[in-house]
Structures are given as structure tokens and as C-alpha cells.
Ligand binder design. Structure first.
Ligand SMILES: Cc1ncc(COP(=O)(O)O)c(C=O)c1O
Length: 366
């Protein structure tokens, strides 16, 4: 086993230096002082009402269109429970977030993956599937700085996707935890704002505040939110009021804007450092430099055994996630590098070690 310091490009989580721990302590103190009953009581299944109101205002919807949950994973699970039955067809991006894939497959959904391009899902390939008679109930889309690819869905594709959803009667599930983390280029409108009738939107405070706070939410049509509220009551009576009270205070005091700025500044530096290190150390790597978010998708030459690279990297105490985790089949020569949890110095050191592992793997292949 290597005694080198571990460097992980595996986790989609921020490093501690970009979490505003002091700000969260202050928010906790203020939240308990301002509303002791609201924080310590059971609360309501729809979430802490002042936070729900803040989120509704940010999205220009009524509070009745919002439910606040324990992380957006819980929101996803509730939505799938309501909208996806065994045997239903669900469209996802190829590649997509591994936990979504597992969750849908665990529910017995027929998952149809549609190629993800650097400007988002191939909407014309989706249109061809629909023309061929595929009838999805839902399309799961990560529009900004996609997990795992880091790609962003262009505005024309957002509009085309909504057109397809309307004409073929499926719901677009816009899973958007990275939206606030754009560090270059222009912000695009959410699909929720373009077509609130056909979109259910999810986001989270995990990537902008801290994942341990476990606060996420859904915005959607009232009948769907009302159904999920019933499900939430039966599941946990109410989500964590203490965490939501702290997030509410953190958001309303303006601390969240500073936190987002801190995270974005670090991400921009880290993405630049990662791209430069790959170009320098691993010139065989192909990637699109993201305009925000946590992830970069790396393609190595066809035939490269990324499973062997994973083992060789682990022997050098470097972790990443294999591309095969984000697909149903294939993609054996791809990998995801998360740069949110590593400093610039760690990126440089980690990519040098990864390149060394790559040389070993390609040399043994001959
Ligand atoms: C696309 C996507 N959706 C949902 C989640 C889950 O987020 P949360 O921490 O809010 O449960 C993640 C986390 O990595 C994600 O990348």
C-alpha cells in the first residue's frame, strides 16, 4: 500500500476550506434565538415554512408549489414514488448520475439512456425514439454542469425538450443542484420558468452551503406537490426543522451569497488547474472544460482499460469514479474527475500520479 497522501477526485462534495462553518454557527444561533418553537417542534411535512417561502420567491412561484426535503435525493425518491411505476419508461442522459440510475432501476423502471452531448441531451435522438413509439412518463435531466459530464443544456435544446414533453405527454424532471455554481458564460433560464406545467424542478443546498445540512427541495405543479406531502407525512412526519431553520437564516441574512461566491471562486481555480494539469501530464485525455459545477468527464483513447487505471491509481492513493458507473453498458475508457474537494496543489499532485498510473497501464497493454 502506498504511503502517499490520499487525493480523491471521487466525491461530489466541497472541501472543508470552502464551507462557511463560522457563518453556519452564527445562523444556527440566530435561528434558535428567533424561532425556538419552529426549530424544535415536529413542524410540517412540507418543510420549514419560512424557508419554503424564500425558495418559492426565488423561483417566482407560490409556496404551495414547493416542498422542502432532507436533501434532494429524498425529493427525487418521493417524486419517483409518485410518478414512476414498475415497467414505466424513463428517459435519462447517457451518462447520468449513478444514484438516479440505481434508484430508477430499483423501482423496475425501463431506463432509456439518450446520448449526452457537450450542449446537453441529444434532443433529436430523443425525438426519434418518441417517433418510434417509446412512451416515457418522465425524462430526468441535469441541465447545468451535469453530473458526471460537467456539460450544460443549451437554450434551444431546453426549448425543444419542452416541446417534446408537451407533444408526447411526459414530465421533465429538472434536477439542478449546480445551477448557482456557474463561473463562466451566461446563465440560462430554468426549464421550470419556461414551462411550469410540465416540469418538476429539484435543487439543493448541498453544493452551495454544505452537504451535511441535508436540505433540498422540489418545485412543481400543486397536485404533484400535494401527493408528495402525503408521502412525506407517512415517511417522516416532517423533515429536519433544525437544518432547514439554519438554512433559512443563512439564506435570509445574505450569508448564502457569500458562500456561493467562495465556492464558485474555488471551483473556477480548480477547474482551470485540472484542465492545465491534464493537458500537461496526460495529453491523451479528451475533455470539455466546464463553465461551472463540480465535475469533468475525461475520455481516454478507445481501448484504454479504465478499470485497470482505477487499480493503478488506487495503488498511488488517487481515487476517481469509473465512467462505467454512470451508464448501463460500455464507456470502459472514460472517467469522472470531481474537483470540488481538492485544492489546486492536490490537483497537480493527483494528476501527476494519475498520469504515472496511465503510463503503467498502457505499457502493460503493449
Ligand atoms: C444531479 C444530482 N442530483 C441530486 C444529488 C443529491 O443531492 P443532495 O445532497 O441534495 O441529496 C446530487 C449529488 O451529487 C446530484 O449530483
Amino acid at each position: 500500500m502506498s504511503d502517499l497522501r490520499p487525493i480523491s477526485f471521487a466525491r461530489g462534495a466541497p472541501s472543508l476550506d470552502i464551507v462557511d462553518v463560522e457563518g453556519l454557527k452564527e445562523a444556527a444561533h440566530a435561528a434558535f434565538t428567533n424561532d425556538p418553537a419552529g426549530l424544535t417542534g415536529y413542524g410540517t411535512a412540507i418543510g420549514y415554512p419560512p424557508l419554503r417561502a424564500w425558495i418559492a420567491e426565488r423561483h417566482g412561484v407560490a409556496p404551495e408549489n414547493v416542498i422542502v426535503t432532507n436533501g434532494s435525493m429524498q425529493a427525487d425518491a418521493f417524486l419517483f414514488d409518485v410518478l414512476v411505476s414498475e415497467g414505466d419508461t424513463v428517459i435519462v442522459e447517457l451518462p447520468t448520475y449513478d444514484r438516479t440510475l440505481l434508484s430508477l432501476r430499483g423501482r423496475g423502471a425501463q431506463v432509456r439512456m439518450v446520448e449526452l452531448e457537450p450542449d446537453g441531451i441529444d434532443v433529436e435522438a430523443l425525438a426519434r425514439l418518441l417517433d418510434a413509439g417509446v412512451r416515457p412518463t418522465l425524462a430526468h435531466i441535469i441541465p447545468n454542469f451535469q453530473n458526471p459530464a460537467g456539460y450544460t443544456l443549451s437554450q434551444p435544446k431546453r426549448e425543444r425538450l419542452l416541446e417534446l414533453a408537451r407533444s408526447h405527454g411526459f414530465v421533465v424532471f429538472e434536477d439542478d443542484p449546480y445551477v448557482e455554481l456557474r463561473f463562466s458564460g451566461e446563465r440560462l433560464p430554468t426549464m421550470l420558468s419556461l414551462d411550469p406545467e410540465n416540469v418538476v424542478y429539484a435543487s439543493s443546498f448541498s453544493k452551495t452551503v454544505a452537504p451535511g445540512i441535508r436540505v433540498g427541495y422540489l418545485v412543481g405543479p400543486r397536485p404533484i406537490i400535494a401527493q408528495i406531502e402525503k408521502l412525506a407525512t407517512g415517511t417522516y412526519i416532517s423533515p429536519n426543522m433544525v437544518a432547514q431553520g439554519i438554512v433559512n437564516q443563512f439564506a435570509r441574512s445574505g450569508a448564502i451569497e457569500r458562500s456561493v461566491q467562495t465556492v464558485k471562486t474555488a471551483l473556477a481555480q480548480r477547474a482551470t488547474a485540472l484542465a492545465a494539469a491534464l493537458e500537461r501530464e496526460l495529453p491523451d485525455a479528451r475533455f470539455v472544460k466546464p463553465q461551472g459545477g463540480y465535475f469533468m468527464w475525461v475520455k481516454l483513447p478507445e481501448g484504454t482499460d479504465v478499470a485497470a487505471l482505477f487499480t493503478a491509481a488506487a495503488a498511488r492513493n488517487v481515487q476517481f469514479v469509473k465512467g462505467t458507473d454512470f451508464v448501463l453498458e460500455g464507456h470502459e475508457s472514460t472517467l469522472r474527475l470531481a474537483y470540488a474537494g481538492v485544492t489546486v496543489a492536490e490537483i497537480e499532485e493527483g494528476i501527476a500520479r494519475l498520469a504515472d498510473a496511465y503510463r503503467e497501464v498502457t505499457a502493460s497493454r503493449g
